[in-house]
Every structure is written in C-alpha cells, then in structure tokens.
Design a protein around this ligand. Sequence first.
Ligand SMILES: C[S@@+](CC[C@H](N)C(=O)[O-])C[C@H]1O[C@@H](n2cnc3c(N)ncnc32)[C@H](O)[C@@H]1O
Length: 271
Amino acid sequence: MNAPLGAAVPGQAGALLAELGDRAELHDLYDEVGAPIYHAMAGSETIEVRELVGELRSTQGAILELAAGSGRLTLPLLTLGRDLVALEKAPGMIRLLQERLQNLPVTRRDRCTVVAGDMSDFDLDQPFGAIVLGATSISLLDATGRTGLYRSVRRHLAPGGKFLLTAVNVPGFGDATTEHTLDIDAPDGTRYRMYEHWTKGADVRTVTIFPRPLRPAESPITVCTTQIGVFPIAQLEAEMNEAGLVLTDRQPLPPTGTHHHDVLLVAEVAA
Ligand SMILES: C[S@@+](CC[C@H](N)C(=O)[O-])C[C@H]1O[C@@H](n2cnc3c(N)ncnc32)[C@H](O)[C@@H]1O
C-alpha cells in the first residue's frame, strides 16, 4: 500500500485498507490509474448539465471550463456552438478528454482547445464571457488555491462575464463525525463501493473507492482516494467578495442521490 496516501484514509475505508495491507494498491482518484476509474463511474453523468447550459445561454463569447476532467461537462457545453477552452491539471484526465473529443464531429471538436494547467494559477491570453467550474471541484482547492483561483478568474472575465461554479451546501458543518457508503454500478459494467468519511470539525472529507465485490484473493486490489474540502457557502461568498467578485445568484441543484445538497453559484466582477 502507498504509505502517505494510505495514512490519510480514516474510518471504515482506512480499516479495510489496513486489513488488505500489501494486497491494496492505493491511488489518487485523478492519477493515471484513478482517472479511468473516475471516468467509468462519473464520466457520463448528466448532473449539473441542464442548469449550467441554461445559465450559459445568458452569456456571450468564449467559455473557459476549469478542471474539465474527462469532459463530462465539456461535451454538452460544446453543443452551445461557442469556442471553449478546457483547462485540466491531470495528464490522465487530459488524455481521456482528448480521446473523447476525437469522436466528435470536426466542427464541434475544432471549437475546443484543451490546456494543461492549474485552476489556482492560470494565465491565458484571452478574456472569457463565462468561466465554469462544475462538479463542486472548488472543494479540491485549499484556501491558498482558492485565492489564486479567484484572482485568475477575475483577470480572465470579459466585461459583464459570469463565473459559474457549483458547490456543496454543508448544513451541519463540523457537527459530528459522519460516514456514508454508496454502491455505484458504472455504465461499463464495473462496480464500486464509495466510502465518504468526515471527521468532526475537520475541514476535509475523504472519499475512497473500492471495487465491489472485494475479492482479496485477486490482488492487487486498486483503491482510489481523494480529499475534498468542506466549507460553508457563506465562506466562499466572503472569500470571493474579498477577491473582488460578487455573488449575483444561487440556485439549488436537484438532489444527486447522495446526502449532499449542491448549489449553482453565479459570480461577477464587483462594480
Ligand atoms: C470531480 S473531477 C470533475 C471533472 C469534470 N469537470 C466532471 O464534471 O466530471 C475534478 C477534476 O479536477 C481536476 N483538478 C484537481 N485539481 C486541479 C487543479 N488545481 N487545476 C486543474 N484541475 C484540477 C482533477 O484532475 C479532476 O479532473
């Protein structure tokens, strides 16, 4: 087992990993091994698509999508017929996105530019009418990363442009240690059990994904994990204000089947 990642896994998933010992091979969810697993589980989910497309219709000009991953949102956003830059950090995700773009009609594919980059510090040579950060991926950044994100977003928004982001609304912030499991049957037939653990008061929750059923005799067993920040929407709003961005709208998103309640936030450069 990969020691630094394994040491960070609390709760039932941590206990399972300890039990499996060297039979478990632990990966970050977005690394070369994790990326195809994320894509199998979530790559064709349509969550957020309708709301983001609806909101984007009130904007004009090129779209910048941050943390684009394997293109779950990128592909539907390209149906708007606008130029789109998809920025992503993980090479495994970028490869999957590029493969998927190859299967699109050339007119649609040619509207998309894929950029390897970090959403907390990017410098692109153009302004955008809209910047999108979906899948509640702002939770993957720490406070320093978020400050860099707001600064970079503000710099790249065209006059009147909108920053659309989704975030987790966490009502009982830090009240109690909680643990949830979710069984996922991916469209490609692979099956997973996801554990989500949130230690009371911690500013991160840990998501860990095992194959289902677990067959210890068939080692190595690939397990993926990621840490996700937990912070109230009011904190995001205050951070954005500090960075010169103002929230102009918030819409609850339909329930996703998990215990989370996600929201779509719209921000603009403060007057
Ligand atoms: C939850 S996935 C979302 C992917 C895609 N937008 C979707 O909806 O399926 C989060 C993505 O953020 C990427 N990511 C994490 N940190 C990043 C960073 N600092 N800059 C750019 N991408 C990042 C990960 O590699 C991963 O592809």
